[in-house]
Design a binder for this molecule. Sequence first.
Ligand code: PRT
Length: 199
Amino acid sequence: MAKTTKAKAGAKKKLPLRDAALKATQALAGKAVGKKSRKRSAVPLPALLPATGAKVKAKPPKAVRQAEARHLAPLDLQPVGDAAVLDRLWQTVESRRAAGDVANSHSARLIARGTPKVAQKLGEEAVECVIEATQGNRAETILESADLLYHLVVVWVDAGIRPDEVWAELRRREGISGIVEKASRPKGIVRAARTTKLP
Ligand SMILES: N=c1c2ncn([C@@H]3O[C@H](COP(=O)(O)OP(=O)(O)OP(=O)(O)O)[C@@H](O)[C@H]3O)c2ncn1[C@@H]1O[C@H](COP(=O)(O)O)[C@@H](O)[C@H]1O
C-alpha cells in the first residue's frame, strides 16, 4: 500500500512539464464547464476549452413528458350534452329562489341560509372535485364537477348574476393566451399592492 503511494508520488514528480501544464489546463476547464458553474456563470466560456464529456440531455424529465402526454392526448368527446344546460339550470334555480319554497326545493333552502352558506357549499364541492381529480378518479370527477357547477349556479342566483354576464367575460377572453395575459399583468410592487398573494 505504502509502496503504491510512494510510487504515485514519484510518478507525479517525474511528470514532464508539458504534461503537467496540460493536466492543470484540463482541471481548470473541468471546473469552468462543470454543471454547477455553467448554470450560475453568465460569462461566456472560451471556445477553445476542451470538452469535458458533460452530456446534453436530449429528453425532458419523465414527469414533464408524462404531463405533456396527458395534455396533448385528444379528448374523447361525445356530443351528449350542451352548455345550454347551465342556462336552463340557472332559470330553474332562479325560479326556486323567487318562489321560496324551502320545504320542497334544495336551492331555495340553501339560498335561505344566506350568502356565506351558499359560498361555503361551493368551496366544499370544489375541494371534493379537486380530491377526485388529483386521485385520477375520472367518473367521480364528473359527478363532483356537476355538483360544483350546480353550486356555482346557486352562487350566481344568490348574487344576482346572470349566466350571460359570465359567458360574455369568457367570450372576451377567447383568443387571448393565458400566458400572454399573465405576462401583461402589473409586476413587482404594483402587483403586490393589488393582491393578497405574496409577490
Ligand atoms: N343539480 C342539482 C343538484 N346537485 C346537487 N344537488 C343537491 O345538493 C345537495 C348537496 O348535499 P350536501 O349533503 O353536500 O349538502 P347539504 O344537504 O346542503 O348539507 P349541509 O352541508 O348543509 O350539511 C344534495 O341535496 C343534492 O341533491 C342538487 N340539487 C338540485 N340540482 C338541480 O337544481 C334543480 C332544482 O332543484 P331544487 O331546488 O331542489 O328543486 C334540480 O332540478 C336539479 O336540476
